[in-house]
Ligand binder design. Sequence first.
Ligand code: S3P
Length: 171
Amino acid sequence: MNSLQNLILIGFMGTGKSTVACQLSKQLNLPFFEMDEMIVQEQGMEISNIFKEKGENYFRDLETELLKNLLQKETGILSCGGGIILRDENIQAMKNHGTVILLTAKPETILKRVLHNQSRPVLNGKKNINDITKLMKEREERYHIAADIIISTDDKSLSQICEEIIAMITP
Ligand code: S3P
């Protein structure tokens, strides 16, 4: 695995990881892996149903297993679920196998982006500024520990965000 070629996108829900990763994969001509989507395909179940029927811990185990497999076998642009930083072993695996890019956004921006989406069980009953701010604060330190590069996405276009990332990873 060439850690320079492996870009790992992390960040809170609604920071645009999948959209940015997909665009980067086109611009850099590298394969794109969307972890949540791969879990849904593998399990034949939506994330919200996995949480409901099997529990969050079961989902977190799937997430860790998939992350480790991908990092060992593939090279490309990896978009992780927002909770990937909750386990130390995930942070360690990401640090060992790639450049970790943290996307950030203000709670107001997040709220706008997630408001009408029902696929995020962690935000059930929490789609308001106070709860989003609280959860972001709880996770903030872990996001920063994991990150090599931090990119704010507020008020930026997709192409601006990708340009910024490419400028930062280009030697
Ligand atoms: C989660 C984020 C989701 C998904 C799951 C849990 C989290 O991914 O993995 O609902 O705990 O932050 P996105 O960040 O892509 O929404």
